[in-house]
Design a protein around this ligand. Structure first.
Ligand code: KIV
Length: 284
């Protein structure tokens, strides 16, 4: 049965870890649901992992909704979060509510996620007031990685850690149902997790958060452009896929594929009839 925001609160209360993964397409969503993830994020990391952009900024609402629709069709009973792409919520509160609503109406998501701390509080309040669930995202926020000086860990000094803690409290007060922490020290992750009542999920935020998320292409060893320090690879799919491609090319070239078992034979007696039909010569 699909989990709800109430289940996630209960999991935090009981100390049960929340399992969360990014997902962008239908076949992967089917596998994620079978494996039993608590939540899936249709992340704008699709920009890098699927579309081959250098970062997340080029992603549009249309692209994100298309991915979210595919994931929803594959994981009908899983809690799915749509990631608001750059410029879909920064312009105004109305614009943020409208785009969050598009995710709900067009892709049937269960919540949306947006990046930023105190500077997006009005947007979080507006989306929550409109009846939707919001996950905050602070620490390394890829959409503003330019301002942060690149894809760098955040909150490593007392002052910057205090800024993050202040942001986290403001996000909870604004009505978010959960918070994502990216690339921050475990000590800071622990303070935020212990301070907030809402579930706190980490990616590169240490072992104390209420749950963990990884990017699917990273943990499967499918995305080779770069691997952040916080990634654990649970498989090396790129090697397996590349070998399968090489084997297929070789077998087609040498005639080893297809074999008899891959062929559709004509019905008994039909080859003889066809030969008779062709006796005067092939049709002109
Ligand atoms: O877009 C994304 O995949 C994210 C991850 C950092 C979890 O926000």
């Amino acid at each position: 049965m699909k989990k709800t925001v109430l289940d996630f609160n209960e999991m935090k209360r009981k100390g049960e870890k929340i399992t969360y993964l990014t997902c962008y397409d239908h076949p992967t969503a089917c596998l994620c649901q079978k494996a039993g993830f608590d939540m899936l994020l249709v992340g704008d990391s699709a920009g890098m992992v699927v579309h081959g952009y250098k970062g997340t900024l080029p992603m549009t609402m249309e692209q994100m909704i298309a991915h979210a629709e595919m994931v929803r069709r594959g994981a009908a009973d899983t809690f799915i979060i749509g990631d608001m792409p750059f410029l879909s919520y920064q312009l105004s509160v109305e614009n943020a509510i409208y785009n969050a609503g598009r995710f709900y109406k067009e892709a049937e998501v269960d919540a949306i996620k947006l990046e930023g701390g105190r500077r997006v509080i009005k947007q979080i309040e507006g989306i929550v007031e409109a009846g939707m669930s919001v996950m905050g995202h602070i620490g390394l926020t890829p959409q503003s990685s330019g301002q942060l000086g690149g894809f760098k860990a955040q909150g490593r000094t007392a002052e910057t850690a205090l800024e993050l803690i202040t942001d986290a409290i403001a996000i909870e007060k604004a009505g978010a149902f959960a918070l994502l922490l990216e690339a921050i020290p475990p000590e800071v992750g622990k303070i935020i997790t212990d301070t907030l009542k809402i579930p706190v999920i980490g990616i590169g935020a240490g072992m104390h958060t209420d749950g963990q998320i990884l990017i699917v292409g990273d943990m499967l060893g499918l995305f080779e452009a770069f691997t952040p320090k916080f990634v654990k690879k649970y498989a090396n799919l790129s090697e397996i896929i590349e070998q399968a491609f090489v084997d297929y090319i070789a077998e087609v070239r040498t005639g080893k594929f297809p074999e008899e078992k891959h062929c559709y034979r004509m019905i008994d007696g039909e080859p003889e009839k066809l030969r008779a039909l062709l006796e005067p010569g092939p049709p002109q």
